[in-house]
Design a protein around this ligand. Structure first.
Ligand SMILES: Nc1ncnc2c1ncn2[C@@H]1O[C@H](COP(=O)(O)OP(=O)(O)OP(=O)(O)O)[C@@H](O)[C@H]1O
Ligand SMILES: [Mg+2]
Length: 298
C-alpha cells in the first residue's frame, strides 16, 4: 500500500506565527478551536502553570504535530481536547460547539496500546464502536479496520499473543472505530522499535488517506513530526520561560511543513526545518544530531 494523502493547499515551508489556511480548510467547520486556554495545577509547592494563552485552530482534515520539552504540557493539551480534563481558563470548541467533556467526535490513542488482555483484538477494536452501532454494521466496521491496519489474520488473537507493533495497530483501529472527526495521538509510536516506528508512520498516513480525519499527534521525534504533519506546533516549558520573561504563552512557534505526503525523509527543506525545531527545543546545531526531544527527566 502506498500513501496517497494529498495536500489541499500550498504551503510556504517558512516559520510563521500563524500561516494562512488553505481555502479548502479555511472555514474548518469540523475543526477544533482553542481560545486563550490555560491549565494550572495546585501543588503542595504552589500553583503550577502548565499551559497559558493557547490560541489555536486545528483545521479539519489536517495532521498537526505537537513537540516540546518534556513536561511542557503536550499530554495536558491532548487531554483537554479529549475532554479528559478541563481548562483553568479559556474555551475549546469542535465544529462550532463547545468541548466540555468526552465527546463521541474525538478518539484517543496513547503510547501504550491499553488493550483488554482477555479480549481478542477483534473484540478490543469493537470496544471503540459507538454504543448504538447495529451488530452487523459493527462487525463489518471492525473487519474493515482490521484490514486497514493489516491485522485481519490476527483478529482472534489476544494482546499477549501479538507483537508491540500489532497491539499498537489494534489500538489505532479501536480509536478509529467510531469514525472520529478528531483523532488524538499521544506519542503513539514512542514505545516501538525504530523500524516498526517508521512503518507505523506510513500506516498512519495510509489511514489518513483512506479515512480523512483531523489528527493531532504529540511526539518527541522532530523527524516524525515533519514526516507526518501539515504543521508542527512547538510548545515551550513555562517553568523555563518564567525565568526569562514571565507571561509568555505556551505556543512558541508554528512551522508549516512543505511538500505533499508521502515525503522524502532526506528532503533538504525538511532538514532545515528539523534544525530550526531542534534549536527551538534547545538542541544546538553543534551538538550530536538527535531526532528526539528527550530531556533530563526522561
Ligand atoms: N493532574 C495533575 N496534577 C498536578 N500536576 C500535573 C497533573 N497533570 C499534569 N501535571 C503536570 O503538568 C506538567 C505537564 O505534564 P504533561 O504530561 O502534559 O507533559 P508532557 O509535555 O506531555 O511531558 P512528556 O513529554 O514527558 O510526556 C508536568 O509537570 C506534570 O507533572
Ligand atoms: Mg506527555
Amino acid at each position: 500500500m502506498t500513501s496517497t494523502a494529498t495536500e489541499p493547499g500550498t504551503r510556504t515551508g517558512s516559520t510563521v506565527p500563524e500561516p494562512p489556511a488553505p481555502a479548502a480548510r479555511r472555514s474548518a467547520p469540523d475543526g477544533v478551536r482553542l481560545d486563550g486556554v490555560a491549565r494550572s495545577f495546585d501543588t503542595p509547592q504552589g500553583r503550577h502553570d502548565v499551559l497559558r494563552g493557547l490560541d489555536l485552530e486545528l483545521r479539519s482534515g489536517e495532521i498537526l504535530a505537537v513537540v516540546g520539552p518534556s513536561g511542557c504540557g503536550k499530554s495536558t493539551l491532548l487531554r483537554l481536547i479529549a475532554g479528559l480534563d478541563r481548562p483553568s481558563a479559556g474555551a475549546l470548541s469542535l465544529g462550532g460547539t463547545a468541548l466540555v467533556g468526552t465527546d463521541e467526535r474525538t478518539a484517543v490513542a496513547f503510547q501504550e496500546p491499553r488493550l483488554l488482555p482477555w479480549r481478542t483484538l477483534e473484540k478490543n477494536v469493537a470496544l471503540g464502536l459507538p454504543r448504538t452501532t447495529p451488530a452487523k454494521a459493527g462487525r463489518e466496521r471492525v473487519r474493515h479496520l482490521l484490514q486497514l491496519v493489516g491485522l485481519e489474520h490476527a483478529a482472534d488473537l489476544r494482546p499477549r499473543e501479538v507483537s508491540g507493533g500489532m497491539a499498537q495497530r489494534a489500538s489505532l483501529a479501536r480509536a478509529l472505530a467510531r469514525s472520529p472527526q478528531v483523532l488524538l495521538l499521544d506519542e503513539p509510536f514512542g514505545a516501538l522499535d525504530a523500524l516498526t516506528r517508521l512503518r507505523m508512520q506510513d500506516l498512519l498516513l495510509e489511514i489518513h488517506a483512506a479515512e480523512p480525519t483531523t489528527v493531532l499527534v504529540v511526539t518527541h521525534d522532530v523527524e516524525e513530526a515533519l514526516y507526518l504533519s501539515d504543521r508542527v506546533l512547538l510548545l515551550r516549558s513555562l517553568r523555563t520561560a518564567d525565568q526569562v520573561e514571565p507571561g509568555l504563552p505556551s505556543l512558541a512557534r508554528t512551522v508549516e511543513v512543505p511538500g505533499a505526503r508521502p515525503r522524502d525523509r532526506a528532503d533538504a527543506a525538511l532538514a532545515g526545518l528539523r534544525m530550526e525545531l531542534l534549536e527551538g527545543l534547545g538542541v544546538h546545531a553543534h551538538t550530536t544530531p538527535s531526532t528526539t526531544t528527550s530531556s533530563e527527566d526522561r
